[in-house]
Design a protein around this ligand. Structure first.
Ligand code: SF4
Length: 406
């Protein structure tokens, strides 16, 4: 059995570096054109060059999304963009539109093409169709059970990629006009406003301004708010089913999310691969996944349609047991001091937790806090300021700092 690839999201250059350092085998990202997630930051050509060089130095592959559903007017610019991606040594394209796939096959025939989940592949006959069309890998629809994934795997020789973690879309494979209709932001062109998670009321047309709550079994008012996917407990079954790549959703999420989720799934895949027979899920991995912002977790369609159990009715807010406060930029061994890029205010005397790409989480109390001018301060309040303080043990660059929420 081949070791599954861990594929992590890279919404921008910093997130790419975090994904690489925290254990991804491959990352996926978008350029400024033709990719979904129009608001994820995305990469300029120079940023893409730097990101690809960084990833390749660490033996990590880079896949670039070209997965909009193109209109006629998009087609003229595509060939030069595809050649540019090839010249940048991108490892594969992620496409959704058959027209874009055909153009890629003509323009950059040696570039592997992965079929986006947006193409909504839900059966083995579709997978074979795409294989015959020149696709190298299919990213399966999220709306599949393990049994369905197994059958697709058994009946095709394509590489299969499956989402194992991250936000779920209320609509079928993200084919949704809600955001376009309510916010003028087109979900199928990467601009989704998450309109499904808004708070809805009913208004009777003769009583304008009178908003009546919509209630579900007296539990609440959020009717389209999907839970987040977490298949941590099922990685072994997916590996045995022949899934080649485990994908983490979330190019719009924070560096804290990317690093934490990548690290957990890295540890899980490595543990499974080392001893599949005796593999068990470490409860600490679940604890880690509860430290980041998330909606309550679900296993999605893994065992069948989750129905109402896949939704959250009482709130669209994300929960987290911890709060991200900064990233370690340097550690001076001799002085026992860390330089930290601050992301959320914290004070001297507070207990923080630090976790690194290769080091487990440890707690310490902030002492001798100084600002970027090396002046003593009681509290770090300027986001992105580089502050320093004493840490009584060595910490890695790119370590994350966080604190437990009250
Ligand atoms: S509005 Fe909701 S259901 Fe529609 S595409 Fe966006 S996240 Fe998916």
């Amino acid at each position: 059995m081949q070791k599954p690839e861990l594929l992590a999201p890279a919404g921008d250059l910093e997130k790419l570096k975090m994904a690489v350092l925290y254990g991804a085998d491959a990352v996926y990202l978008a350029g400024k054109s033709f990719g979904m997630r129009a608001f994820a930051g995305n990469f300029t050509e120079d940023q893409m060059r730097e990101g690809i060089a960084f990833a390749h130095q660490h033996g990590v592959k880079v896949y670039v999304t070209v997965n909009i559903f193109a209109y006629n007017e998009d087609l003229a610019e595509l060939p030069s963009y595809l050649r540019q991606l090839e010249a940048l040594h991108v490892d594969a394209l992620i496409v959704a539109d058959p027209g874009v796939l055909a153009l890629a096959k003509e323009t950059v025939p040696n570039m592997p093409c992965h079929l986006s989940t947006q193409a909504n592949t839900t059966n083995w006959r579709s997978a074979r169709f795409w294989e015959e069309a020149g696709v190298d890998r299919v990213i399966l629809a999220r709306e599949l059970t393990l049994a369905q994934i197994k059958e697709i795997s058994r009946r095709t020789s394509l590489e299969l990629e499956v989402f194992v973690h991250g936000a779920m879309c209320w609509a079928y494979s993200g084919r949704c006009y809600l955001s376009q209709h309510l916010a003028g932001r087109h979900a199928n062109r990467g601009e989704c406003a998450q309109a499904c998670r808004w708070r809805y009321h009913l208004v009777e047309e003769r009583q304008p301004g009178e908003y009546m709550p919509i209630e579900e079994d007296e539990r609440g008012i959020y009717i389209l708010n999907a839970r987040d996917l977490c298949l941590l407990d099922h990685l072994g079954e997916l590996a045995q089913a022949g899934v080649h790549s485990f994908k983490i959703e979330g190019r719009m999420k924070s560096v804290h999310y990317v690093a934490t989720v990548t690290r957990v799934y890295r540890q899980a895949i490595d543990a499974y691969q080392a001893d599949p027979e005796n593999y068990t899920v470490d409860p600490a991995w679940h604890e880690e996944l509860h430290k980041i912002s998330h909606r309550p977790y679900t296993t999605g369609f893994f065992d069948g349609n989750p129905g109402a159990a896949g939704q959250v009715f009482d709130s669209s807010a994300q929960v987290a047991s911890h709060e991200f406060v900064g990233v370690v930029r340097a550690y001076d061994e001799a002085a026992g001091r860390a330089v930290v890029e601050m992301r959320n205010r914290f004070a001297a005397g507070e207990t923080l937790e630090v976790v690194g790409p290769h080091t487990p989480s440890r707690r310490f109390t902030v002492s001798d806090l100084k600002n970027s001018a090396n002046e003593p301060i009681a509290e770090a309040i300027l986001v992105q300021e580089h502050v320093s303080f004493a840490i009584p043990f060595s910490v890695e660059e790119y370590s994350l700092l966080r604190r437990k929420k009250p």
